[in-house]
Design a protein around this ligand. Structure first.
Ligand SMILES: NC(=O)c1ccc[n+]([C@@H]2O[C@H](COP(=O)([O-])OP(=O)(O)OC[C@H]3O[C@@H](n4cnc5c(N)ncnc54)[C@H](OP(=O)(O)O)[C@@H]3O)[C@@H](O)[C@H]2O)c1
Length: 291
């Protein structure tokens, strides 16, 4: 039995869809959901629904009982997920899960000096806990989703250009669906015991190149300005963007600038059995209708 957590979210849902597409019977798949009302689509697909919340330890032990492979999709509640994922790993151990797989993240700086320590620390803690647990593990070092790139550069990018303090450093942004497919491939094959995989695109791209590509696709001139962090924070504050979002966008921009997501060696192409979707192709799909 394979169990996927975060099954009502983008990544978990997509992984389950790939498992089904690749011939795994719905009866062999369980989906952890915290809100049954959101699970109609999963129900219709015939997968086993397990109701559980990362905050409710007992619900997790019950849900994970009888599971051979557990895909723990990292939680979206950044402030609380350290504790929540601790619950999930402990529950997996108590329930007798044989193999735990975790969607972690790509990084270089593991210290508190990282500009994204607010998301990094819980991933690192969970990885360490998993490794110490004695369960067989597989860790996916997922790069930044290509899917969130439009959010970083703003809705009106075609009109305004990119104003983002990421310098000219390149990152290996990766399509979430490609990551989910690779994860499904790992779940249904052998040889991934106690491995860590770099889940990154095969090409890195800078914000300047992103702007150029959007320009090519839309036929409009799209400029890129990389302001100082202070100027960026001030501009977003004046525009009324909530402080927590400003901190998040600025932190990721600095991490990009420092090369945290620049990757030369990736396992994604091997795990997918094909080239991952390039950033250029993704940008074409997203922006070609905006010309
Ligand atoms: N690499 C990147 O660029 C990047 C970007 C964003 C996020 N992430 C990480 O990757 C994860 C998966 O991405 P995604 O796009 O699938 O995120 P998502 O769509 O927000 O899905 C998150 C899932 O976690 C579930 N969840 C949250 N808190 C929970 C709790 N207390 N108990 C049980 N389930 C809980 C959510 O349930 P509900 O549907 O009930 O809310 C949802 O199913 C995110 O959660 C985050 O950790 C990575």
């Amino acid at each position: 039995m394979i169990l996927v957590t975060g099954a009502t979210g983008h990544f978990g849902k997509s992984t389950i869809d790939f498992l089904l597409k690749k011939g795994i019977s719905a009866k062999q798949i369980s989906a952890l959901v915290r809100d049954e009302a959101k699970a109609e689509e999963l129900k219709a697909k015939g997968v086993n629904l397990k109701i559980g919340n990362y905050d409710d330890y007992a619900s997790l032990v019950t849900a994970f009982t009888g599971v051979d492979k557990l895909l723990l999709v990292s939680g979206s509640d950044i402030a609380n997920r350290g504790k929540q994922q601790k619950n999930a790993v402990n529950a997996a151990k108590e329930a007798g899960v044989k193999h735990i797989l975790y969607t972690s993240f790509e990084r270089k700086n593991e210290t508190e000096t990282s500009p994204i320590t607010f998301v990094a620390q819980s991933h690192i803690d969970t990885e360490n806990q998993i490794k110490k647990s004695g369960m067989v593990y597989t860790i996916f070092r997922n790069n930044l989703y290509l899917d969130i790139l439009p959010m970083f550069i703003g809705e009106k990018v075609v009109e305004t250009g990119i104003f983002y303090p990421a310098g000219e450093t390149k990152s290996a942004f990766t399509l979430r669906q490609d990551m989910a497919e690779a994860t499904a491939n790992v779940l249904i094959s052998e040889g991934h015991e106690n491995k860590e995989y770099a889940i990154s695109n095969t090409e890195n791209i800078s914000m300047g190149e992103v702007a150029k590509r959007i320009g090519e696709v839309t036929g409009k001139e799209v400029n890129y300005i990389s302001p100082t962090q202070d100027m960026y924070v001030e501009t977003l504050s004046k525009a009324g963007v909530p402080t927590e979002y400003i901190g998040m966008f600025a932190g990721f921009a600095e991490a990009i600038k420092l090369g945290e997501f620049s990757v030369q060696k990736t396992d994604l192409e091997y795990l997918l059995g094909r080239k991952p979707t390039s950033a250029k192709e993704f940008l074409k799909q997203i922006y070609s209708s905006k010309n």
